[in-house]
Design a protein around this ligand. Structure first.
Ligand SMILES: [Zn+2]
Length: 316
C-alpha cells in the first residue's frame, strides 16, 4: 500500500462552523427585537434574491451594513433575525432583486452571487454560514407569500422565522431540503461523475434529493444505482453542509460499492467512471496530467473525496 499522501492542512468547509447564537427564544418578543435592532453595533447582510450586496474593499469585501445603511439601500423586503454574536444582533435584510441589480452600477459595491463569493474568497469565511442562513430564509419568504393551505396572503412573525395565515390559522415555517451526496468506494477506486453543468475538467460525487419516506442510507443506494447502475452495501455518514441554493442541506456519506459495471443515466450525468486513489490525489493537488479536478474546498464533495484519499474511510 502506498503511504498516506500529504495534502496539507485541511481547508474549511464552506457555510459551516457558524458562531452565531440563534437565540430563538427572542424571536416572538417584539420589544426585545426592536431593542436589538436599535443597538448601534447591530448589523445586517443585504440580499436581493440570488444577489449578495457587499462593500468593495481590499483584500476582502465587507458584507455587513448598519441598519441605517441597509435601509438606505432600499431594503424593503422581509427582515430576518439571524441571532447574536457577542450579544450584538445580526440580521438579514431582503432587497428586491431588481434593486440589487441596480446597485451593480455603483462603484462602492460589489453585487454578486454567493457561489462566487465563497469560491473566490471575496469575504472573510466567518460570514459564509451567516449569509447562507439569511439567503435561505429570505428566499423562502419570496416564495411563500400565500398560504399553501387556503391561498390567503400570509404575515411574517417570529422575527422572520414563521408566516401565519390569518384566514385558516395555518402556520408556515422555513424549509430545508435534504440532499444525499455520496462517494461510492470499491477498494482502491472511487466513483466520480460529471454533470453537463460542470466545468469541462471537473469530476465530483453523485448526489440527489432525499425523497419523502426515504432514509438517508436508502437515498444514497438509490441515487448511485439510478445514476451509475452501481449497487451499494454499507453507507457511512461523514459530514453535512448547508447549501443555500436555494435551501438544501447536503448530507455527505461514503458508500461501499458491491458492483463495478457502470451504466450512466445520460439524463442526469454526462459521464461516470472509476478513479484510482493516485489519480484522485493528483486532481486534489491540481497536478493531474489532463488537468482534471475535484470540486473546490468550499464544497463537501472535496472533503468526501479527500477523506477517502487520506485513508480515513475504508470498507475492507
Ligand atoms: Zn390559510
Amino acid at each position: 500500500m502506498s503511504p498516506r499522501p500529504d495534502l496539507g492542512p485541511k481547508p474549511r468547509l464552506g457555510y459551516t462552523q457558524s458562531r452565531i447564537e440563534r437565540a430563538a427564544e427572542l424571536r416572538p418578543d417584539a420589544a426585545a427585537m426592536a431593542q436589538l435592532m436599535a443597538q448601534p453595533a447591530a448589523s445586517a447582510y443585504v440580499i436581493g434574491g440570488d444577489w449578495i450586496v457587499t462593500k468593495k474593499g481590499a483584500p476582502l469585501n465587507d458584507p455587513l451594513f448598519t441598519m441605517d445603511e441597509a435601509r438606505a439601500l432600499g431594503a424593503t423586503g422581509e427582515t430576518v433575525f439571524l441571532g447574536l454574536l457577542g450579544g450584538v444582533a445580526r440580521f438579514g435584510f431582503g432587497l428586491a432583486p431588481t434593486a440589487a441589480e441596480t446597485l451593480k452600477s455603483n462603484d462602492d459595491y460589489l453585487v454578486t452571487d454567493l457561489r462566487s463569493i465563497a469560491v473566490q474568497g471575496l469575504v472573510d469565511a466567518e460570514h459564509l454560514p451567516l449569509i447562507a442562513e439569511a439567503k435561505a430564509v429570505l428566499h423562502w419568504h419570496l416564495r411563500h407569500r400565500f398560504c399553501s393551505n387556503c391561498g390567503a396572503p400570509t404575515q411574517v412573525t417570529q422575527a422572520g422565522w414563521k408566516r401565519d395565515c390569518a384566514s385558516c390559522k395555518a402556520e408556515h415555517f422555513p424549509r430545508t431540503d435534504p440532499v444525499a451526496i455520496m462517494l461510492a468506494i470499491a477498494r482502491d477506486q472511487c466513483l466520480l461523475g460529471r454533470s453537463p453543468r460542470f466545468l469541462p475538467t471537473m469530476w465530483s460525487c453523485l448526489a440527489g434529493f432525499i425523497e419523502p419516506g426515504e432514509a438517508i442510507e436508502d437515498a444514497v443506494r438509490r441515487e448511485t444505482r439510478e445514476e451509475a447502475g452501481i449497487t451499494c452495501g454499507r453507507v457511512v455518514y461523514f459530514q453535512s453542509q448547508p447549501w443555500p441554493f436555494p435551501s438544501s442541506l447536503m448530507i455527505g456519506c461514503h458508500a461501499e460499492a458491491l458492483t463495478r459495471e457502470i451504466v450512466v443515466d445520460r439524463a442526469e450525468l454526462e459521464d461516470a467512471r472509476w478513479f484510482s486513489k493516485a489519480e484522485v490525489e493528483s486532481m486534489l493537488l491540481r497536478r493531474h496530467l489532463q488537468g482534471l479536478t475535484t470540486p473546490p474546498p468550499v464544497a463537501i464533495a472535496h472533503h468526501l473525496i479527500r477523506a477517502w484519499v487520506e485513508d480515513e474511510i475504508r470498507f475492507d
